[in-house]
Every structure is written in C-alpha cells, then in structure tokens.
Design a protein around this ligand. Structure first.
Ligand code: AMP
Length: 327
C-alpha cells in the first residue's frame, strides 16, 4: 500500500472503533508526548462521541508542559479498543503491555523500521518526527478532522524537539510546510522555548564539568561517563544529566559523541550521536538501535564501555579513510 492508501486504512479503522487508545515508547521524549497528545486532541475534537485515551507510564516531568496523558484503564477495555502505537520501532519499547489484547493495532512511526508489530504499519522515514506524520494525516483529511491550538502546539513541540529546532538531517520542505500549518494556530512559541531551554543551576555546573572532563579517542570519538556518584555530587537527575549529550556535538574531528549514564550500579544507558556516520548498527550490537545519527543502547560494566568506544573509534577511522578532510 502507498502512503495515501495507508492513511485511508488508518482513518477507516479510527472511524470503526468506539474506543481508541494511543500508546507510545518507554522513556518518552517531546515527539512521543507531543504526537500522542496532538493525535488525541484531533481525534477527540473530530469524534466527540468516541472514547479516546493516551496511555503510558508516568515518566520524567520535563514534558508535562505539553499536557497530561490519561491514567491507565485496566486490561478489559483493550479487548474492544483500537490501539495506535506512536513513535516506536519495535515491540520491546512499547510502554504498554496491554496493547497486545487489542483486536487491532496500528503502528505509526518515523524510525528505521525494526519490526512490523501492527496490523497496519505506517512508517514515514521521510518525515523527521512522528508529530509531523500526525500533522500530515490531519492535512490529508482536514475535511473530516479538526485541529485546534492545543493539538497544533503539541505537534509543534514534538517537531522542534525531534529535529533539534529544525537543524537535524531529515528536515526538508515538507517539514517546514507542515510546521507552518501548525504555526498558523494561536500558541506562544516563546513560552515553549522557555520550557525547553531554561535549566537549573545544577545543570549548568554539570555542563561545565563535562566540558572540562570529557574524553576523546585517537580517531575522533568524544565521550563522557556519568556515574551515580557524579549525579549525587551535582545533585542532578540522570534524565537532566543525559539531556546534556549535545554539549559534545561540535568538536572538530569528533564525528561520534557518546554519553554513558549509570542508571543502576554498573548498568549504563548509552546515548550515541554522530555527524555523517551511521551509528544505529553499533547501537544494535549493545541492546539498542535508533536513527542513523541518534541512537540509544545499554552496556553493562566498564569493559563494555571500553569495547563500545573502541568500536565507535573504528567507525570514525573507517569513515575518515574514505572521506579525508571531513569535519
Ligand atoms: P536517546 O539517546 O535515548 O534519545 O535515543 C536516541 C534514539 O534512539 C531515539 O530515537 C530512540 O528511539 C532510539 N533508542 C534509544 N534507545 C534504544 C533502544 N534501547 N533500542 C532501540 N532504539 C533506541
């Protein structure tokens, strides 16, 4: 099926079901929450007689300013519901094990396809945020669907957070057209950026510490290990510290940058970022995956940290051998 046929099939299912539950991935980011709340609002406005919920385990409060998800509703209701899973490439990352009870599941995502877990799988790698897939869905059926400022704001936040404020590769004319449509609704962009940028002093101190102490490899990987001890010392959450990953994003010659964040003793969440070099396969070797330029993984113990860094260093070396003079 082409994209239009897939969109038609999705709308048909939405029309068919009385109860629709929107699910998302674990550790939700701005795109995940923004696309969920944006879609929920569009559907609630368009189909006021239906029961439409957005359900996920409570996570970090950073994105609470977008809006609130719904409390969980128990297993039974899933047996009659359409479940739409947003922004999630594979089953294991779905933050709602009840989705499995639903008679019909739709996957809507923009990541590199890993698993077709839905009855309909609508994946748009050409759009850099799931929020934009929802905006485009609205655009396609705007004679049938309704949008308001709340939905447009949520989708705009999803878009700006997943595109690095329209900076990452993947941003194209379609991105800006859809963003322009969202911006035609009335919401306060300055407030959005205040929520996204204003930081506690502890984060600034940590930022400075990372800039002083990050490590590098011979061929061009920059990395930093955030231990639990360090989190305590700076009185900062793992989430807030992890969000500083792009502190290392523009060091000349360093095409891959990595944070290892100790979540449990000896277990590290890995945040990998790169310019030019695909890193998702490297992440996949360490219980992870993601995009070509932004992936996540998990490592256990210092030995695995070393191993992953060496493999990243090799990737940069190979790339530079093929592309002399790269940034
Ligand atoms: P993060 O550094 O956690 O923001 O992750 C960057 C990207 O990689 C996100 O788009 C995630 O969806 C994806 N990702 C992170 N962790 C994993 C994982 N364990 N498995 C698959 N994809 C992941």
């Amino acid at each position: 099926m082409n994209n239009l046929e897939l969109k038609r099939a999705i709308l048909q299912k939405i029309e068919e079901f009385q109860t629709i539950i929107i699910a998302r991935h674990v550790k939700p980011d701005g795109d995940c929450i923004g696309s969920s709340l944006g879609l929920r609002e569009i559907l609630r406005l368009s189909f006021p007689e239906k029961r439409i919920l957005s359900v996920g385990r409570p996570a970090s409060s950073f994105f609470d300013f977008i809006g609130s998800e719904d409390p969980d509703v128990g297993e039974e209701i899933y047996r009659e519901a359409l479940v739409i899973v947003l922004d999630t490439a594979n089953r294991d990352r779905i933050d709602n094990e009840n989705y499995i009870r639903a008679p019909f599941v739709i996957k809507i995502d923009h990541h590199i396809p890993v698993e077709d877990y839905g009855h309909i799988n609508y994946v748009r790698e050409d759009l850099p945020a799931t929020a934009l897939i929802i905006a485009d869905f609205y655009e396609t059926f705007k004679n049938k669907l309704k949008m308001n400022s709340f939905a447009a704001r949520a989708l705009f936040i999803g878009t700006v957070t997943d595109t690095g404020r329209f900076k990452y590769s993947g941003v194209n004319a379609e991105t800006l057209k859809l963003a322009a449509m969202l911006l035609s609704y009335d919401f306060d962009i300055t407030k959005i950026y205040s929520y996204l940028y204003i930081r506690d002093i502890s984060e600034f101190k940590m930022h400075g510490y990372i800039l002083n102490k990050f490590k590098t490899t011979p061929r061009g990987v920059a990395y930093f290990v955030i231990t639990q001890r360090l989190l305590k010392k700076f009185n900062i959450s793992a989430e807030a510290a992890s969000s500083l990953i792009n502190v290392l994003d523009s060091i000349r010659g360093h095409l891959i940058w990595i944070f290892f964040v100790e979540n449990k003793k000896g277990v590290y969440r890995v945040r990998l970022r790169s310019r030019l070099i695909p890193i998702n396969e490297l992440a996949a070797r360490y219980e992870g995956g993601g995009h070509a330029q932004a992936s996540g993984a998990t490592v256990r113990g210092k030995g695995q940290i070393k191993k992953l860094v060496i493999e990243a260093d090799l990737l940069v070396g190979e790339y530079k051998d093929r592309n002399p003079g790269a940034f």
